[in-house]
Design a protein around this ligand. Structure first.
Ligand code: C2E
Ligand code: MG
Ligand code: MG
Length: 263
């Protein structure tokens, strides 16, 4: 218990000292290798200069009930980065922000997110949100459906993250209107296994017929890309293209990728 409060204290300290940082992992059109946008991934800068990965603190902040503070800080940093790069006339691309499942339980959240992005002069198309599929387990199907609808009504694009790893994703897909489906890395890393291939093929077909854009997570090899393209999944994200990068490195990566495609 003492550890818990210790983390809470350290977290608020980190917020104050601006030690909560955002890295960007590019998303790519795998047909051409051209950049499409990025996912924002949080990092916590330690006193020794190193960075803590979200697995070390996101679950704890969720249990403490303060994850919303983290997600809002990440959204603010992303909006700030979009605004600053616009001022420098640099193309940044749309950014996907992760939302904890716990937001779904709070009324007025979508409106609040909209206020934040408007404050920074960011357009609706410049951000989207990823909600992990397991959210349903915590928030209940009805609550999740209402939350997804509410986000959509405000004009946000929403992705179902980690598809295939949760409980009742099919029901959620049946009842809610997501825009994007992210295939979990677990499946992508097992491409070549006959059962996995059947599951991926069927999932991509289903998602496309439901009008969802499909993004493959954790793409690491050329063989995986070839399989995904053959099965009409065109968007990918993973170490094959790039690891998550800090803002300036992401800008450089993006510039080089754009130049490679429109020299
Ligand atoms: P996620 O949203 O599914 O993000 C993808 C994770 O997969 C990232 O880990 C990314 O670095 C990793 N990844 C991407 N490509 C590859 C690959 O080719 N191979 C391998 N082995 N890994 C790859 P990361 O940054 O450690 O984030 C882990 C999870 O933490 C995220 O999973 C997300 O659920 C959560 N998270 C990250 N940022 C936030 C945030 O701002 N708010 C909340 N609530 N959760 C966040
Ligand atoms: Mg995500
Ligand atoms: Mg994911």
């Amino acid at each position: 218990m003492a550890d818990f409060f210790d983390i809470e204290l350290r977290f608020f300290n980190a917020l104050k000292k601006r030690n909560i940082c955002v890295w960007y992992q590019p998303q790519v059109d795998m047909r051409t290798g051209s950049p499409r946008g990025a996912e924002a991934l949080v990092r916590w800068k330690r006193e020794d200069g190193g960075f803590m990965e979200p697995a070390c603190f996101v679950p704890v902040l969720e249990r403490l009930g303060i994850i919303e503070r983290l997600d809002e800080e990440v959204l603010r940093i992303v909006c700030q980065d979009i605004r600053e790069t616009k001022q420098r006339q640099i193309s940044f691309g749309p950014v996907a922000v992760n939302l904890s499942r716990l937001h779904a339980n709070r009324a007025g959240k979508a409106e609040h997110f909209k206020e934040i992005i408007e404050k920074y002069g960011v357009q609706m198309e410049e951000v989207s949100f990823e909600i992990t599929e397991t959210a349903e387990k915590y928030a209940g199907n009805k609550v999740m459906t209402e939350f997804a609808d509410c986000m959509q009504e405000r004009g946000f694009r929403i992705a179902m993250d980690d598809y295939g790893m949760g409980g009742s994703a099919l029901r959620l897909l049946q009842e809610s209107h997501f825009d994007i489906l992210k295939l979990d890395r677990h499946f992508v890393s097992r491409i070549g296994d006959p059962r996995t291939d059947i599951i991926l093929d069927s999932t991509i077909t289903m998602a496309s017929r439901l009008g969802l854009e499909v993004v493959a997570e954790g793409v690491e090899t050329r063989e995986q890309i070839q399989f995904l393209l053959r099965h009409q999944c065109f968007l990918g994200q993973g170490y094959y293209y790039s690891r998550p990068l800090d803002r300036e490195r992401y800008i450089r990566w993006r510039k080089a990728a754009v130049q490679a495609h429109h020299p």
